[in-house]
Every structure is written in C-alpha cells, then in structure tokens.
Design a protein around this ligand. Structure first.
Ligand SMILES: C[S@@+](CC[C@H](N)C(=O)[O-])C[C@H]1O[C@@H](n2cnc3c(N)ncnc32)[C@H](O)[C@@H]1O
Length: 192
C-alpha cells in the first residue's frame, strides 16, 4: 500500500493506529452510527489493522472482531480473532460458526494494484462482490455492510445488486479518502 504522509497519516500515528485508512471507517461511523458495543464484526482485508483496532474499541470486551487478511496484523487484543488467510479459502460456516451471524461486515479489501485502471477496477469489484455475497449469507437481518470498491464501469452494477439485497444503500466518499482516489464506499443496512 502506498503511504501518503498527509494530515491523516500523522493523526493516525498520534492516535496509535497503524494506517490513515482508519478515518475512512471513523467518518462512516460518525455518519451512520452502525458500530455498537457487544457486536460481532467481520473485517475483511484487515491488515495492518487500523479498522480492526477501532472496531474492537467500539464493540468492547463483550464483542468480537474477526479480522481476515493475507498479511499480518500490527494490532491485537482479547476481542480480536485474526485469520491470516485468503477470504476465498475460508469455510465461514464451519470455521467461524461460533461467531455467526455477524452484526456488521466491513470490507476495505483492495487488490494489489497494477496501475492498469481497468484491471484494478475489475479486481476490486470482484472482491466487493465476494464481500457482498458473504454479507447476504452471514449478516443478521438488521445488519450493516460497509465496503470499499474502485469506481468504474461495473460500479453501478454492484450498487444495483446491493440495492436488490438491502433496504438502505448509500454511496459514501469520506473526506479522508483522497479526491484523486477512485475508491468509494457502499454502506448497506437491513437485508430485504
Ligand atoms: C487497504 S488495505 C486494508 C487496510 C485496513 N482496513 C486498515 O485499516 O488497516 C487492503 C487489504 O486487503 C487485503 N486483501 C486483498 N485481497 C484479499 C483476499 N483475497 N483475502 C484477504 N485479504 C485480502 C490486502 O492484503 C490488504 O491488506
């Protein structure tokens, strides 16, 4: 991941988060207020762990954050369970049975970018679709899904799919997401 040393980078360092991306979750939380004490949260594409750390703080000791990534987390805690795996290799129904259903599914997953805009877009949409599929299977009825995807020709299709599955679907671009970045976030709530 390219490191941008801006205001958010230094703020994250000061506040003890391993990545500036934490503010993309904090801003969503300030807007939608969907993370709550005691919840079970699935955090897809969690490394280095700033979303995980923030979510773990909010859910507290009675909650749980299941964090999954190909790479190691730089954070830890009693209410964090980390699986160093590809999400495509996880048997959610069996491996995570005791934590199901999730109250919230987060996905900040991003492909290893190639610089080829179209390719990066398709890979990102593929990951977002997989996260959406997991959300439809493993979220509570009133659960929330917050997911990153790179904008491009397939983004409207992803949004449409989300609208067919959830009662509320919002497109969110946090201030901490650079204007020149193609990333956008889908916030979805309550399954149809
Ligand atoms: C932008 S980073 C996430 C930052 C994180 N939310 C934080 O705040 O620290 C995107 C992550 O998605 C992960 N990722 C991409 N594809 C994945 C896959 N198939 N399975 C698991 N993790 C994946 C990458 O390894 C990378 O660490």
């Amino acid at each position: 991941m390219k490191e941008i040393k801006d205001h958010y980078f230094f703020k994250a360092k000061k506040e003890g988060y391993p990545a500036r991306s934490v503010y993309k979750l904090i801003e969503a939380q300030n807007r939608f207020k969907f993370l709550k004490k005691g919840q079970h949260i699935l955090d897809l594409g969690a490394a280095p762990g700033s979303w995980t750390k923030f979510a773990a703080k909010v859910v507290g000791e009675k909650g749980k954050v299941i964090a999954i990534d190909l790479h190691k987390l730089k954070v830890g805690g009693e209410n964090i369970l980390f699986l160093k795996k590809d999400i495509y290799e996880i048997d959610f129904e069996n491996d995570l049975r005791e934590y199901l259903p999730f109250d919230v599914i987060l996905s900040d997953m991003a492909p290893k970018t190639t610089g080829r805009k179209d390719r990066d877009h398709y890979l990102s949409i593929e990951l977002a679709n997989m996260a959406l599929e997991l959300a439809t299977k493993f979220l509570t009825k009133d659960g929330a899904f917050y997911c990153k995807a790179f904008d491009g020709e397939d983004f409207p299709e992803l949004r449409k799919k989300a609208q067919s599955l959830f009662k509320t679907v919002k497109i969110f671009k946090p201030k901490s997401s650079r204007a020149e970045s193609v990333e956008k976030f889908l916030f979805c709530k309550t399954k149809k």
